[in-house]
Design a protein around this ligand. Sequence first.
Ligand SMILES: Nc1nc2c(c(=O)[nH]1)N[C@H]1C(S)=C(S)[C@@H](COP(=O)(O)OP(=O)(O)OC[C@H]3O[C@@H](n4cnc5c(=O)[nH]c(N)nc54)[C@H](O)[C@@H]3O)O[C@H]1N2
Ligand SMILES: Nc1nc2c(c(=O)[nH]1)N[C@H]1C(S)=C(S)[C@@H](COP(=O)(O)OP(=O)(O)OC[C@H]3O[C@@H](n4cnc5c(=O)[nH]c(N)nc54)[C@H](O)[C@@H]3O)O[C@H]1N2
Ligand code: SF4
Ligand SMILES: [Mo]
Length: 733
Amino acid sequence: MVCGYCSTGCSLTVHLKDGEAVSLTPAARYPVNRGVACPKGWEALAVLAAGDRATTPLRRDPSGVRQPVGWDEALRTMVERFKAIQAQHGPESVAFLGTGQMPTEEMALLGALARFGMGMAHGDGNTRQCMATSVVAYKQAFGFDAPPYTYRDFEESDVIVFIGANPCLAHPILWERVLRNPRDPAIVVIDPRVTETAMQATEHLPIRPKSDQALFYGLARLLIERGWIDRAYIDAHTRDFDEYAAAVETYTLDRVTEATGLGADVVERLAETIHRGRRVSFWWTMGVNQSYQGVRTAQSIINLALMTGNMGRPGTGANSITGQCNAMGSRLFSNTTNLLGGHDFANPDHRAKVARVLDIDPAVIPTRASRAYNEIIEGILRERIKGLWVICTNTAHSWINQDQARDILGRLDCLVVQDMYATTETARMADLVLPAAGWGEKDGTFINSERRIGRIRKVARAPGQALADFSIFKLVAEYWGCGEMFRAWRSPAATFQILKRLSAGQPCDITGIDGYDMLDDRGGIQWPFPAAAEAMPGAVPRDQAGERRDDFCGDAAAVLPGAVPHDPSGATPPVEGASTGTPACERRLFEDGRYYHPDGRARFVYEDPRPLPEPPNDRFPLLLLTGRGSAAQWHTQTRTAKSAVLRKLYPARVYVEVNPVDAKARGVVTGDTVQVESRRSRIAATAFVTRSVQPGHLFVPMHYEETNRLTDAVFDPYSKQPSYKACAVELQP
Ligand SMILES: Nc1nc2c(c(=O)[nH]1)N[C@H]1C(S)=C(S)[C@@H](COP(=O)(O)OP(=O)(O)OC[C@H]3O[C@@H](n4cnc5c(=O)[nH]c(N)nc54)[C@H](O)[C@@H]3O)O[C@H]1N2
Ligand SMILES: Nc1nc2c(c(=O)[nH]1)N[C@H]1C(S)=C(S)[C@@H](COP(=O)(O)OP(=O)(O)OC[C@H]3O[C@@H](n4cnc5c(=O)[nH]c(N)nc54)[C@H](O)[C@@H]3O)O[C@H]1N2
Ligand code: SF4
Ligand SMILES: [Mo]
């Protein structure tokens, strides 16, 4: 089954003894990981047995002490309190925060229950912290939120550009795919830090934080000026290029070098590398997404791929890598920003279709998307939201400007937290804790970064009274009095059939998947996978010759004519001149050059870069970068910290990376306890003096509770994604 941590979506084979999971090994034949896994995957079972698992509901009594209660009492309490809040302050006064880490079936049930059954106007997910930027960038550019690639593209590129991404550590098994590339590719890493990935690159561009947009506009200008663009592709498949070309004219080399801190030769060399590459792929993650101008930065990358015709062919693409195991499921099916199945709340036809499929009154479907995470937090502050249900995310640790966030959460009349552990920073604040089963203790599907839908299974019993989130949502529906609405959502498997019907005719159409068995047989299936050949244009996968392409992986792997047979060891080199070299179990989008806008054309979207919201000054002269610290730590560490093996692989205490120049100026050496201070707060951390950060920058991993006390709550105006990666700080001995 698919791993429950990152979006790579490796498959792990769980070995059972007397029906109980005893060990696991990476699945040898799965097309994603081909027999390898990272330390988190190997340790996935070990963390289920932690001593602090939530085993019974907990309710805070009037004296403030949390007492175990039965499910009946817990659910009555939740329903009574939420209904009382709604009765007094209106339906908008109760909201939820969900996740990219539950199976799609659970997310969809939560979204439908909360917004159609319980009348909540607002609910968002932690994917806002992570993927919102890519969602908006893709929707505007391509007409639908559709990451176009398949992982095989890592193996088929001759130029691979990583922007604000550290796959060696954050997606280690994707990096394995890069290492399998037989073409000796140029690997360019654009990151202010000398990351593990930058160290292995053929070229590292240590860019000034948040100057990527200027770099890519400057590159666009150079490529246009030198005629290194694909005019035929631009004319046939895009719109608004000439406006874009005019707009980037002012991004001269001088302007770019000044903004980015990179040498003119470096910028020119990158333009040449892109020009000379026949198959250039661009990959980005949080260094781009987590920014006050993330959407336009992501689009400046998309623009480069479009103008050079690096789309829809093997080894190409403007590719956003997702983060959590089911971020893509959340994007399509969480019923928050999109109506179930990638639909639009504002579109009456979409509402009518969803109502028909679910057999519900269209009037219960809200006519607009939910408010975003940051607006929900602000809604609490403004006393519009009084009740909050937090499921499978740890807001009090991971949200930006933490002191303020916790103060705001503390103002709620009722906070309900549904988690595997009662000990998370957020659960500790809760009035009611609902104990949830975790990965390995329940069934469902995840969608990985390359759009592959894969299975998870119940191989262990959840401890005590903990229940699968799916069962908790069903119970809440019953206690709320809207159970009838969800009668057909009997089980995850039955829900999968509902999701299929919701997806019909959408770019993410999966009506051709029979059910869970087919996913098992075929080694997961990438969307789209429509049943009907007459599905919307672009939804039926076709190769360049116009032949329909279907997934086929797993043991009986069939391949397309002319393609290289699927070799689980990955040893088969691609054959030049073979149709694509890509096995039939891997499909990319836009091979026919048709995008999802009604006219079939992709858009060039552009805007001048904005200044840093919090530039360094005399008092706070350094810029703070945050992100992943090691392959063994997952986010807020509620899970990974439970493994003795993983704990050996990273420092127990929060640390700050500082350049020798800045350390010397402050009399700091490695191992010192230092203070890191921003306008929000001050934390103590262990200094780690290293050249991996540039002078003027610090890096603190996000996994430690303290980190977000420093960050500044600013957001991208289009995606509302938090800008976690650049605020002004000072470091003192
Ligand atoms: N081990 C582990 N793996 C994970 C996770 C985890 O917690 N632990 N989390 C998963 C999730 S949800 C996600 S979203 C992904 C995140 O995966 P990544 O995005 O690869 O990880 P980050 O370390 O957050 O950020 C990547 C890089 O962005 C750089 N950066 C910061 N600012 C800028 C900038 O302005 N420009 C550029 N070009 N780069 C910049 C940082 O220096 C950092 O090295 O990882 C997933 N994988
Ligand atoms: N400074 C800074 N902050 C960041 C980032 C950064 O780069 N820098 N990155 C951001 C990003 S990209 C992300 S994705 C977020 C992640 O932030 P969070 O989502 O807050 O982090 P997690 O630790 O993954 O929280 C998941 C919670 O769900 C629980 N859980 C796990 N499985 C289950 C389940 O099956 N059911 C239930 N009910 N609960 C379960 C876990 O115990 C845990 O408490 O952090 C963001 N915060
Ligand atoms: S790379 Fe990601 S999906 Fe693969 S084993 Fe590691 S955490 Fe799991
Ligand atoms: Mo993320």
